[in-house]
Design a binder for this molecule. Structure first.
Ligand code: CA
Length: 223
């Protein structure tokens, strides 16, 4: 079961214990750190399937910094825990590469549902090969692989899901709502700005090689 470990980085005992209880009921093994430094070390040691990271942590390394460093190291999915109603926190977290966030106070069941949804999306459930080529960019939807001019490009799971949704409808305009439904799932309550943040990430990583058009007040079109 070592491949089902979730690392929880949270200094609040009550919240951490709740998360451990619910995640272990869903047959995840939980490893917990109380500080950002501890969390980074723990992720290195346990190779978890996902990390849950609180933004407010004691010491020098807060949740944003944990997220930034984890993203620099690889593509472990990250769920941020944010304070109620703080949109800036949510947007910054997503810009740093978090895959999702839940707002405190949250239902542990909802968090477990989000964790499972992210893992379903990032597990490459469809074995069929389905490759879409746009300009210099090759998107292998079945294998969850993206190449730019022959070079592998490392995308976060949510960035890939967004790109795959656009690629599956190449040449068509998709609204932000349609993209949220396809890449985040119908049960996701986030606002449409989230799509813009992730499109910005895709443009940053794939640059001018990605023919991705923004249609004012309508949505996005690839190819
Ligand atoms: Ca905290």
């Amino acid at each position: 079961m070592a491949d089902r470990t979730v690392v929880v980085v949270e200094d609040d005992d009550h919240i951490a214990e709740l998360l451990e209880l619910y995640l272990s009921r869903a047959s995840f093994r939980v490893e917990r750190a109380m500080t950002g430094e501890g969390g980074l070390a723990l992720v290195g040691r346990c190779q978890p399937v996902l990390a849950v990271v609180d933004i407010g942590l004691p010491g020098n390394v807060d949740g944003f910094e944990v997220c930034r460093q984890l993203r620099a190291r690889g593509s472990v999915p990250i769920v941020m825990l944010t304070a109620r109603g703080d949109e800036t926190d949510r947007v910054v977290g997503l810009e740093l590469g978090a895959d999702d966030y839940v707002t405190k106070p949250f239902s542990p069941r909802e968090l477990v549902a989000r964790v499972k949804a992210i893992l379903r999306r990032s597990s490459g459930a469809s074995p069929a090969t389905n490759t879409v080529v746009v300009g210099e960019v090759v998107i292998d939807i079945g294998r969850h692989e993206v190449r730019r001019a022959g070079e592998h490009v490392d995308l976060a799971p949510r960035e890939f899901a967004l790109l795959a949704a656009l690629a599956e409808h190449k040449g068509m305009v998709l609204s932000r709502r349609q993209l949220l439904d396809r890449a985040w799932g119908y049960d996701w309550y986030g606002d449409e700005r989230t799509v813009d943040v992730h499109v910005g990430q895709l443009r940053r990583k794939l640059g001018d090689d990605l023919p991705l058009a923004t249609l004012r007040r309508t949505g996005y079109r690839l190819g």
